[in-house]
Every structure is written in C-alpha cells, then in structure tokens.
Design a protein around this ligand. Structure first.
Ligand SMILES: Cc1ncc(COP(=O)(O)O)c(C=O)c1O
Length: 380
C-alpha cells in the first residue's frame, strides 16, 4: 500500500522517542513537557461529578456556553480584555488542534508561513499538511530574541501567516510590548495573519508580565490566539484548550472545526467551567518555585545555563563542558548511561541546527528533580 507524504518531518516525534527511551532505560523523564504530580483535587472531583450528573452527550459545536463565559470573565479579570464568548471563543481539544485548525482555515497550497525557530514541532508538519510552505527564521541564541530584520527579509507576497510563541518552548524567552509593535509594523498594509501560541501565558516569572497578542488592538484584528488548559491546570492528558479570535476569524475557524471534531469532551468542559469560575488565584508561583529549585540544583552540575527561563516549564542548557557529541546522540547517551531523559534542541529546527543544547522540563516533583540532578552532578 502507498500513502501520500503529507509532510516532511522525519519518523516519530522526538517527544515520543525520548519518552520511550526513558522507559526502556528506566531513566528519570525530564524530556516531554508534562507534570508528574497530581492535579488540583477540586478539578478532578468536578470531572467525576459532571460525568455522574449526566453531562455525557455532545456539547455545542463552539463549546459549552458556561465555559466560554468563564474564559471571557477570566481574561477580563487577568488582562482587562473584553472578549465576546459567543463570537470570539471556540473550545478545542488542546492547542495543537487549535493551531492545525487555524492553519487549515487560512492556508491554500503554495502559501508561505514564517516560523520562528527553534519551534514547537507540530508547526511545520501542520503547515505542510495544508500544502503550504514553512519559512523558518532563526531566533538569536543565546537570548533567543527575534531578529526583526531577518523576519522582514523573509516576508514575500506569498506570506500568508506568521506563527509566534510566547512564553517560548523550548527557550523560555518571552515577548515584550516592543516585539508586538515590531511585528505590527511589518504586517501593517498586508493580509498576513498571526497565529499566537500562548499556551504558557500563566507561567511567567520574576514579576514579569505576559503580553498577549490580544492586548495589541491592531494585531488582534488579524490574530488567532491559542491556549491550553493542560499547561494551566497540569492536566495535559485532558487535551483541552481554546482559540480566541475576532468574529470573522472565529467564523472561518469554526467552519473547519465543525467537520474536524465538531465538539469537545463534555464532562471536561463542565469541570473546567466550574473550576475557572471559582478559582482565579495566580498559578505561576508553583512553577517559579520549581524553576528556582532546579536552577539551584543545576549549579552542582557541569551544564551551562546561559539564561534562566523567563516563562514556560522548560530550561535549555549547554553541555559544551561535558561532550562534543551532536545533541541527539548526547541526549540518547545521557538517557542510556546516566538515566536522565531530555530533548535535543536541534529537534526544534527544520534543518536540525545543532547548538549543543538540550531542554529540561522542570514541571516535576521536587524529589524527581533532586534525583535527576543527583545523577547529572556525577557527570562533573
Ligand atoms: C508551544 C506549545 N504549543 C502547544 C502545545 C500543545 O498543547 P496541547 O497539549 O493543549 O495540544 C505545547 C505542548 O507542549 C507547546 O509546548
């Protein structure tokens, strides 16, 4: 049998590969981005209660009204933003799906999409699966700031969209208001859409602020903003998220969504609606504490941290003082021989650019982080 090649990404995703290798070698898994601790028991209870109370049939296509209203109220509370729950919010089965759906709503074969690299690994295949062409633009290591001249140079008459991600996976860099202004200046007087992947919006550290594209009135008009409950409530396995976009873009998004999955897990929507409506306390402290603990521990290892992560639950580190292996081989060696699984950062580049960096996920129990770093400290 023959199958059409819908994208050029090689083999299985690096996250599956490294998690499987971690299991095979009984390694501590700091590779894939998921917490290893329990979720808030009130949320778990709300999920069970929704199923027991009989909320087990299809929810409306755009999402449960109570959940969309709770999201709108939450954005008003946290960001002072007015968002219409009926015409601007669509509930999705996770952010990855939202990104794919937004691309499918706007792309035609031959269109170009600018992707800032390193980039979350679904972007490129999602663009190619729509017959469009990814145009990678490298961020500037070690700060991973945007080089706006490079972005300007990458824009052509075929550019249909730019996808951005703040806080950024894998580097933990965050965008400032000035970054958005630079982007606005580049796309002004064009029809370029923005996809803004903001799944880590609530994990911003050191008293800094998350700047959402939704806070930029000019850019908001042309933007799909994508969110994930999994990254907020530590329940990545629920695969729940949402897309916020102005009414015309939301209409186009739902035109695809209604035939892709139509609607999303009903009891989970009830549970999230109840939880969001009652619990608005900031959630970054837990992860900031874990970051600080992880960085303090890492000082006892030969890894070099060029910049502490500013947001997300990832920390990139250089192994230049340990090995000159390519990063894939280094990550495999570290898993096999030292029992700690990580992600090689070259996996986030289309051309496999290798800066000898690996990514650690620190969304783990303190005991997990301590056991992992104890193993890493033996490298020195
Ligand atoms: C930048 C980024 N976007 C999207 C996602 C996926 O979110 P979800 O699990 O809701 O699909 C992730 C998960 O790791 C991510 O890091």
């Amino acid at each position: 049998m023959q199958f059409p090649q819908k994208h050029t990404a090689a083999g299985t995703t690096i996250f599956t590969v490294m998690s499987a290798l971690a299991q095979q070698h009984n390694a501590i898994n700091l590779s894939q981005g998921f917490p290893d601790f329990a979720i808030d028991e009130r949320l778990a209870h709300a999920l069970g209660a929704a199923a027991n109370e009989g909320y087990n049939q299809y929810a409306p296509m755009a999402g449960l009204p109570a959940l969309r209203q709770a999201i709108a109220a939450n954005f008003a509370h946290r960001y002072g933003l007015a968002i219409d729950p009926d015409t601007e919010i669509t509930i999705t089965p996770g952010a990855t799906y939202g990104i794919y759906t937004a691309f499918t709503a706007i792309l035609q074969p031959g269109d170009e999409v600018i992707v800032l690299e390193p980039a979350y690994d679904s972007y490129l295949p999602n663009i190619e699966m729509n017959g469009a062409i990814p145009v990678p633009v490298a961020l500037s290591a070690p700060s991973f700031a945007v080089d706006w001249q490079r972005v300007a140079d990458a824009i052509t008459p075929k550019t249909k969209a730019i996808i951005v991600n703040t806080p950024h996976n894998p580097t933990g860099a965050i965008w400032s208001r000035e970054d958005w202004d630079q982007l606005a200046a580049l796309v002004r007087n064009t029809d370029i859409f923005i996809l803004s992947d903001e799944v880590y919006e609530q994990l911003v550290f050191d008293g800094q602020q998350h700047y959402s594209v939704l806070k930029h009135p000019e850019l908001r008009q042309r933007s799909f903003a994508l969110y994930s409950f999994g990254k907020v409530y530590n329940n990545t396995g629920w695969k729940m998220g949402y897309c916020i976009a102005p009414p015309a873009l939301t209409t186009a998004f739902r035109r695809i969504h209604q035939f892709l999955c139509f609607t999303v897990n009903t009891p989970a929507q009830y549970a999230l609606a109840a939880h969001l409506a009652h619990h608005t306390e900031p959630i970054h402290q837990l992860m900031e504490h874990k970051r600080n603990h992880f960085l303090a521990l890492m000082a006892y290892t030969p890894f070099t941290i060029h910049a502490p992560t500013q947001g997300s639950y990832f920390q990139v580190a250089s192994y230049e003082r340990i090995s000159s292996l390519p990063d894939h081989q280094f990550a495999e060696w570290l898993t096999r021989e030292h029992g700690v699984a990580t992600i090689p950062v070259s996996a986030f580049y289309k051309n496999g650019k290798d800066d000898k960096l690996i990514r650690f996920c620190f969304a783990k129990k303190e005991t997990t982080l301590e056991a992992a770093v104890e193993r890493l400290s033996r490298l020195g």
